[in-house]
Design a protein around this ligand. Structure first.
Ligand code: FDA
Length: 312
C-alpha cells in the first residue's frame, strides 16, 4: 500500500471525531468474526476455547485505549479483573493470558495518570497471578515508551512474569532489547503499529525489518523469553533459524499472530510443534485497533468497506 494511504489511516486511528461516528455503528458480523472475537467476555472466552481446541494459545485484549477519565480507567481495570476470574473459572488459565494497554488504565490522565495506571495494572497483575496466568503490557506510541517501561520495572518487582512489547521501528529498541533480555524476561517483539516521526522511528520498511532482525538476535541470544510477534514469513523463518542456532527448545520462545491474520500460517506453525499465541481482541472499542490493521494491508480496506456497507 502506498505510504500515503498508510499515513491517512494511522491519522484516522487517532481521530476522535471519526472514532465517535464509527463506534456507534453496530459491529458488522464480518468484522466481528474476522479480527475481533466479539463484544463481550463470553464471546472472547468462546473464541479462546476454539483456539485452544486447535492447539493454539491466546492473549486476550479488552479493546480500549486513550482513556480520558478516571471512572473509565477504574471500569477497565475492573473488567480485566473480571475477565481473569472467568479465564480461571473456565479452566483456560494455562492457555490464555491478557494483553493490557496502560493508556486504557488512565496513563494519559492529567493528574497522576502514570501512578493511576500503575495502581490499576497492579490490581490486574494480582488477578492474573491468582488466576494462574500472566499479563503482557502492550506498547503504544513513542511518547509512552519510557512511562510503560518504567511501569514494567515497578510491576516486575512483584510480578516477575509481566511481559512487555518492544517495537522494532523505534531507533531505541535494540538498546531496550539489551536491557530487557535478562533471565525470565518475557518480551514480545513487533514491528510497531503507530504513526511515528523520523526522529524516533525508521520510516522505510526494509530498515524496520533489519532492525527487527537485530533486535530478535539480541533477544534470542539473551536469557529471556522472546515472543516473536509478526506475520512476516521472512522474519518467521529467520526466527526459526535463530532459535536453532541459539539452541532454544520449542518451549523457550513463542510466535504470536493477530486473530484473523494468516490463520493458515498459525495452523502450519502449530503443526510443526511451535508454540503459537493468538492476540485476541474483544469489546466495543474496536475502531482504533481495526484502523491500524487496515493501515497494514490494503486487502483489509476493501474487506472493511464491504463489511460496513453490508452492516445490519
Ligand atoms: P507487515 O505488516 O509488514 O507484513 C509483512 C508480511 O507479512 C506481508 O508482506 C505479508 O507477506 C505477510 N502478511 C501480513 N499480513 C498478512 C495477511 N493479512 N495475510 C497474508 N499475509 C500477511 N504493535 C504495537 O505497536 N504495539 C503492540 O503492543 C503490538 N502488539 C502486537 C501483538 C501481536 C501478537 C502482533 C502480531 C502484532 C502486534 N502489534 C503491536 C502490531 C505490529 O506492530 C504490526 O503492526 C503488525 O503485526 C503488522 O506487522 P507484521 O510484522 O505482521 O508485518
Amino acid at each position: 500500500m502506498s505510504a500515503v494511504l498508510r499515513r491517512v489511516l494511522l491519522s484516522a486511528a487517532g481521530s476522535d471525531r471519526i472514532k465517535r461516528v464509527a463506534v456507534r455503528a453496530p459491529l458488522s458480523r464480518g468484522i466481528v468474526s474476522r479480527f475481533v472475537a466479539g463484544e463481550d467476555t463470553d464471546a472472547a472466552l468462546s473464541v479462546t476455547r476454539q483456539l485452544v481446541a486447535r492447539g493454539l494459545l491466546a492473549s486476550i485484549d479488552r479493546l480500549g485505549e486513550a482513556t480520558t477519565d478516571a471512572e473509565t480507567a477504574q471500569a477497565t481495570a475492573d473488567a480485566y479483573v473480571d475477565l481473569l476470574a472467568k479465564i480461571s473459572d473456565a479452566g483456560l488459565a494455562e492457555f490464555a493470558e491478557v494483553s493490557l494497554k496502560l493508556s486504557s488504565l488512565g496513563q494519559a490522565l492529567d493528574a497522576d495518570g502514570e501512578a493511576i495506571a500503575l495502581d490499576h495494572a497492579r490490581a490486574v497483575c494480582a488477578a492474573a497471578k491468582a488466576a494462574g496466568t500472566t499479563v503482557t503490557l502492550d506498547m503504544e506510541d513513542h511518547t509512552t515508551t519510557d512511562a510503560t517501561l518504567s511501569a514494567l520495572r515497578d510491576l516486575r518487582a512483584d510480578f516477575p512474569d509481566v511481559g512487555a512489547v518492544l517495537q522494532a521501528y523505534l531507533r531505541r529498541t535494540e538498546g531496550d532489547c539489551r536491557d530487557l533480555a535478562g533471565e525470565g524476561s518475557r518480551i514480545r517483539l513487533c514491528k510497531g503499529a503507530y504513526r511515528e516521526p523520523e526522529s524516533v522511528a525508521f520510516q522505510d520498511q526494509a530498515e524496520v525489518d533489519l532492525s527487527y532482525v537485530r533486535c530478535l538476535r539480541v533477544l534470542m541470544r539473551g536469557r529471556g523469553y522472546p515472543m516473536v510477534a509478526t506475520h512476516d514469513p521472512r522474519l518467521i523463518a529467520i526466527a526459526a533459524a535463530m532459535a536453532l542456532q541459539t539452541g532454544r527448545a520449542k518451549d523457550e520462545y513463542e510466535y504470536q499472530l493477530l486473530f484473523g491474520v494468516r490463520p493458515d500460517e498459525q495452523r502450519r506453525l502449530s503443526e510443526r510443534g511451535e508454540k503459537i499465541r493468538v492476540y485476541l481482541p474483544y469489546g466495543t472499542q474496536w475502531y482504533p485497533y481495526l484502523t491500524r490493521r487496515l493501515a497494514e494491508r490494503p486487502a483489509n480496506v476493501a474487506f472493511f468497506l464491504r463489511a460496513v456497507a453490508t452492516r445490519r
